[in-house]
Ligand binder design. Structure first.
Ligand SMILES: O=P(O)(O)OC[C@@H](O)[C@@H](O)c1c[nH]c2ccccc12
Length: 260
């Protein structure tokens, strides 16, 4: 079984347990459930730099990245750096994240927050809203076309933006629909962990212009961003390159200054 299948298998068990712990009605009664979301797609369209910075403690491909930081400090550092939004990993088993990380980041900053999660059930979208997210990620590799439609329409009805992630042409063709705001091309193959910016370049041509294009993973230099911009990318999702340092906010500031 490849790692992605394993993650999804564990996720189904986890979500079923969560549903038993916290009923939907309780999530919907959360204070944050009525909060007006802020749009990441809008921020990216109006940005000169387009950086989305991620909070990621560890990953299956890298194991430990940085376990010593405080998510609120990281969030504030990113916001001060002037990033367009922050991605918060909420998967515990493989990435060392949690919904509490999302909640704490929400308490610390006003910028758009993306719940970075393997979403396989509508329950997780209600959770995302209840814990303060503005954006959800949907991964085409683990969803059917009908699920992408149902999940993205639910997210839109809650005022959330949707970032749909693809890795190849087939996933892209299956996914194009009006209920998506942003199309992300993951430069890392989630099944093999191989990283190549060529993936973003190749798929850019077939992404319709109505979507904000985001290039994800393996971006570690200003040059990479300059290389990707001519292909129409307005968003760049960066995790490890910032998180591996003692102060991710400083890393993000240097990056943004160099791009401006
Ligand atoms: O740390 P990187 O290489 O900069 O990558 C960030 C982000 O793109 C990556 O964490 C990611 C992209 N898509 C995902 C889906 C699930 C978990 C993680 C991811």
């Amino acid at each position: 079984m490849n790692i992605l299948d394993k993650i999804v298998k564990d996720k189904r068990i986890e979500v079923n347990l969560r549903k038993g712990l916290i009923p939907l009605s309780q999530l919907e009664a959360s204070v944050l459930f009525d909060r007006d979301s802020v749009s990441l797609a809008h921020a990216l369209r109006n940005s000169r730099t387009g950086i989305i910075a991620e909070h990621k403690r560890r990953s299956p491909s890298k194991s430990v990245i940085n376990q010593d930081l405080n998510v609120q400090d990281v969030a504030k550092g990113y916001e001060q750096a002037g990033v367009c939004g922050m991605s918060v990993l909420t998967d515990g088993k493989y990435f060392g994240g949690s919904l509490d990380d999302l909640l704490l980041a929400r308490a610390a900053v006003k910028m758009p927050l993306l719940r970075k999660e393997f979403i396989i059930d509508t329950y997780q979208i209600i959770e995302a809203k209840a814990y303060g997210a503005d954006v959800i990620l949907l991964i085409a590799a683990i969803l059917s076309k009908a699920e992408i439609k149902r999940f993205s329409e639910l997210a839109k009805s809650l005022g959330l933006d949707v970032l749909l992630e693809v890795h190849n042409e087939e996933e892209l063709h299956k996914s194009i629909m009006p209920s998506l705001d942003m199309l992300g091309v993951n430069n890392r193959n989630l099944k093999t962990f191989e990283v190549s910016l060529e993936t973003s370049k190749e798929l850019s041509e077939i992404i319709p212009d109505d979507f904000v294009k985001v290039s994800e993973s393996g971006i570690s230099s200003i040059e990479a961003i300059k290389e990707l911009r001519p292909y129409g990318y307005q968003g760049f999702l960066i995790g490890e390159n910032f998180m591996k340092t003692g102060n991710p906010g400083t890393g993000a500031t240097e990056f943004i200054n160099a791009l401006n």
